[in-house]
Write a protein that binds this ligand. Structure first.
Ligand code: 2P0
Length: 351
């Protein structure tokens, strides 16, 4: 009987990405269409990834299920449903064209997913999670679409997820179409273009953030006066400067634009009513530490950036590892890897 009811299966991984130009604000909350473009670097050499296996079979009972880090999770929200129905529609097109293909589009799905980095790292896992989900099902369905096209689907799961379908330096162009068809990921440069780029992740808190990105950015759009200038003036200029810095492997420019955009994003959060505080005292101490080690070096060798939480990601080049990582190691303890210490922890990620 087992042979009559085969299980079809595909496994894949997708990397965490950390934006150096931040996505914050939607022009269409339903389709996850952003107000401004963004640009990220994927932390993929360090094994900061979500691993996902997708399978389907007529021996499975409905509905589709998701297991994340060994716990059952709901797939019922509008966002996962939008992703699943887009992928099923693409598979069903293939099946109509070639009737000899197994009718996978109608079978219940089982998704099993796990992150191989500690949740204590406080890294946004929804980006890698949705990217791995889309990639795994696209592989299971043997979809011919390229990663950029699949990024349109991942975007509907979580905006930042569209950037995790491509490795390396990835832009997400905001696009102008009302249906979102031009709001997708674009490869700026593969990781191999700038192989000495590294990142240090400094964990300032293990606590869950109190304002979700989805809710926080909507409040910003509705209330912040700085937001309009950020979206219309600040980010377009920063995107241009960042793409040039990456093309020329100009770390000083890369670092300046990265730090200014993080500051601009957090200023916009502070300009929201009620104000959103993502950084804490430890975050601010990390900024001072980066400023001090740049001063000591006599040039910019490290760049901080903070997402919707207090943890710092510090970019540097491999040749400056000791000068950048050394001071943080000495301050937090000499052990390498992820470690917790009095509410603080430090981890290394090579990108
Ligand atoms: C980013 N963040 O560009 C920015 C920087 C947080 C700060 O993308 O509502 O989880 O799912 O589209 O993608 C977090 O926002 O929000 C985010 P949704 P998402 O990485």
């Amino acid at each position: 009987a087992g042979a009559e009811k085969p299980i079809y299966r595909a496994s894949t991984t997708a990397p965490v990405n950390i934006a150096v130009i931040k996505y914050w604000g939607k022009r269409d909350p339903k389709l996850n269409l952003p107000t401004n473009s963004s640009l990220s670097v994927s932390l993929d050499q360090a094994d900061l990834r979500t691993h996902t296996t997708a399978s389907c079979s007529s021996s499975y009972s409905s509905p589709d299920t998701l297991t994340l880090n060994s716990k059952p999770e709901s797939l019922e929200g509008a966002r996962p449903q939008a992703c699943l129905s887009s992928l099923r529609a693409l598979r069903s097109e293939l099946e109509e064209k070639d009737p000899s293909l197994p009718k996978l589009s109608t079978l219940p799905l089982r998704i099993v997913s796990s992150n191989n980095f500690p949740t204590a790292a406080g890294l946004a896992s929804s980006a890698a999670g949705f990217a791995a989900l889309i990639r795994a099902i696209a592989d299971l369905y043997e979809l011919p679409q390229d990663p950029t096209t699949l990024s349109l689907i991942a975007r509907q799961g979580s905006g930042s997820a569209c950037r995790s379908l491509l490795g390396g330096y990835v832009a997400w162009d905001h696009g102008t179409e009302a249906d979102g068809s031009d709001s997708k990921a674009r490869l700026v440069a593969p990781k191999s273009h700038w192989p000495s780029m590294r990142a240090l992740i400094l964990v300032a808190s293990h606590e869950k953030k109190d304002v979700s990105s989805t809710a926080g950015m909507q409040t910003t759009v509705q209330t912040s006066q700085l937001f309009k200038t950020r979206a219309e003036v600040v980010v377009p200029a920063a995107m241009e400067a960042m793409e040039k810095a990456i093309a020329e492997k100009d770390f000083e420019s890369f670092a300046k634009v990265t730090m200014r955009d993080s500051d601009s994003f957090h200023a916009t959060c502070l300009d929201t009513t009620p104000p959103i505080f993502y950084m804490n005292d430890t975050s601010r101490a990390a900024i001072r530490a980066v400023e001090n080690l740049n001063k000591r070096a006599g040039k910019i060798i490290a760049a901080y950036t903070f997402d919707a939480g207090p943890n710092a990601v510090i970019y540097y080049l491999h040749e400056n590892r000791e000068a950048v990582v050394g001071p943080f190691k000495r301050a937090l303890g000499e052990k390498e890897g992820w470690l917790g210490q009095q509410g603080a922890a430090i981890g290394y990620a090579e990108i």
